[in-house]
Write a protein that binds this ligand. Structure first.
Ligand SMILES: [Zn+2]
Length: 491
């Protein structure tokens, strides 16, 4: 009598195979590529924001007006100076994402991209509807745009108590830090996106390429160990990097992963939320960071589709570690092999110039000074010039005063520069101007010191013909001037 019948080996193997396949994460969705996501940005860009420095009151209508079917909009508290901080929640899915921006007040690039994302989310019945529905069903996404509205309005990093919110995750001295901590604790997100801007002078490794976007899965201890929480963040970053390489090849770096026990990113990772840091850096000829805003939009939307699809689970940590580290090798302008004279010494040196912004009466102006000089062969410039066969020529002041800076167009100013004038005088005018040359009101001479910390202003000529002008840290090709938004102060 046969009481026991073993399963035939072949059937057993097939069953195991089916079981294993069933246990693999299934990709449910055909993900959009970089071109399609770029198209989504162009279609849904928030047109009312087109430069970095915007005020809290200007964008609050874009938050408050969204209360409706799509978003749940809640005021979660107020800043030191009483400005409202909101969270906005969208989607009904099981996986939770928390994105917060501008905890440093003067870092607004990701905030701009969040407003673009809100427009995308609210779009209807178009070629992106499938993605939208998929994200909505798989994810619950909570946004806290502008954690530091007081710093934002002053255009400073810190809050109104002069505290760096990103060093206040444990001490919680600031109301804004308390709000962010509570938001994380009550929501317990699976994934967190910590959105910042970094210096435009970061490069990708030792290359000349700017670190336009830097990424990091922050460490949760000094040993920089990798647990399952951090691993997931690293895997999502690998996918984001692949997508970004399509758009800005070689321009993605990895931020320093030293553990910072006071920072939010590091602690949120530690508290069990897979945390991704996105830092917006520099991009050539994009001072208002509008290209980088687009990259933020695409990177965030791609991260969302990867998380919803669980496609990130296939990414290898090797690919995370192979993203080059950030270096600090860029300057705004480098003039190489400049022919210099001091007393009896005739020598060549490179000069490296960095521009900085200073606030003035609700606006700002730019000053470009020499950051370093000598052998700058390990540095790169957004603008570079080899001046080996050029000579320095001092500029003249145009004799006849103009009524005000607006009496002259940019093109007319360039014409004057070609004739050897590096400055004009004006009788009156507002403190700031947008001309490529210097505008003198209170002083009569052109300052020009070729030494570190000083602002050099001069022409570079070849056999007596003026070829370039260096004005307040802007290098201007007199034959083919680029279209630049000059932000200068009258002197
Ligand atoms: Zn920051």
């Amino acid at each position: 009598m046969k009481v026991y019948s073993p399963i035939p080996p072949l059937l057993l193997m097939v069953s195991i195979l089916i079981f294993l396949v069933a246990c693999q994460p299934q990709e449910k969705f055909q993900e959009l590529n970089s071109e399609q996501l770029s198209g989504a940005f162009e279609k849904y860009k928030e047109e009312s924001i087109n430069q970095r420095r915007f005020k809290h009151a200007e964008v609050m209508p874009l938050v408050r007006s969204r209360t409706g079917e799509e978003f749940q909009v809640e005021e979660i508290g107020k800043s030191v100076e009483g400005r409202s901080i909101f969270q906005m929640t969208w989607g009904n899915g099981p996986t939770k994402l928390l994105l917060w921006s501008q905890m440093h007040g003067n870092e607004s690039t990701a905030t701009m991209a969040l407003f673009d994302l809100f427009n995308f989310i609210e779009g209807k019945a178009d070629e992106f509807e499938e993605l939208r529905t998929f994200l909505k069903n798989e994810l619950t996404i909570r946004f806290i745009p502008i954690v530091n509205p007081d710093g934002m309005n002053r255009w400073i990093r810190r809050n109104a108590l002069d505290i760096d919110l990103n060093r206040d995750a444990i001490s919680l001295a600031s109301p804004e830090a308390v709000l962010l901590k509570n938001a994380r604790d009550t929501f317990s997100p699976d994934f967190g996106f910590n959105l910042h801007d970094q210096s435009t002078f970061y490069t990708v490794g030792e290359t000349e390429k700017p670190a336009t976007i830097s990424v990091l899965a922050p460490a949760y201890n000094y040993e920089t160990e990798v647990n399952d929480v951090r691993k997931k963040a690293m895997q999502v970053i690998v996918g984001m990097n692949e997508m970004l390489q399509d758009l800005v090849p070689g321009q993605v770096g990895k931020y320093n992963d030293a553990f910072e026990p006071r920072a939010f990113g590091d602690n949120i990772q530690k508290w069990g939320t897979s945390t991704i840091l996105i830092e917006s850096g520099g991009y050539p000829n994009d001072p208002e960071k509008q290209e980088i805003r687009k990259l933020n939009f695409i990177a965030m939307l791609h991260a969302m589709q990867q998380i919803a699809n669980r496609s990130y689970e296939k990414k290898s940590l090797e690919d995370y570690y192979s993203i080059p580290d950030n270096s600090f090798r860029l300057m705004d302008v480098i003039i190489r092999n400049l022919n210099l004279k001091k007393g009896v010494f005739e020598y060549k040196a490179d000069i490296g110039i960095k521009r900085k912004e200073s606030d003035l009466m609700g606006d700002f102006f730019v000053t470009g000074s020499i950051d370093d000089m000598g052998d700058l062969s390990i540095f790169y410039g957004y603008d570079e010039l080899d001046a080996s066969d050029l000579e320095i020529v001092q500029g003249e002041v145009y004799e006849e005063p103009f009524e005000n800076p607006e009496s002259l167009s940019k093109q007319e100013a360039i014409e004057l520069m070609r004739m050897g004038y590096l400055a004009i005088k004006v009788k009156e005018g507002k403190a700031l101007h947008g001309l490529p040359l210097l505008v003198l009101k209170n002083q009569s001479r052109i300052p020009s010191m070729i030494s570190t910390g000083n602002v050099p202003n001069f022409f570079l000529a070849k056999n007596g013909d003026l070829k370039y002008a260096l004005v307040n840290g802007y290098l201007i090709d007199l034959e083919k001037p680029k279209d630049v938004d000059f932000k200068q102060r009258m002197m």
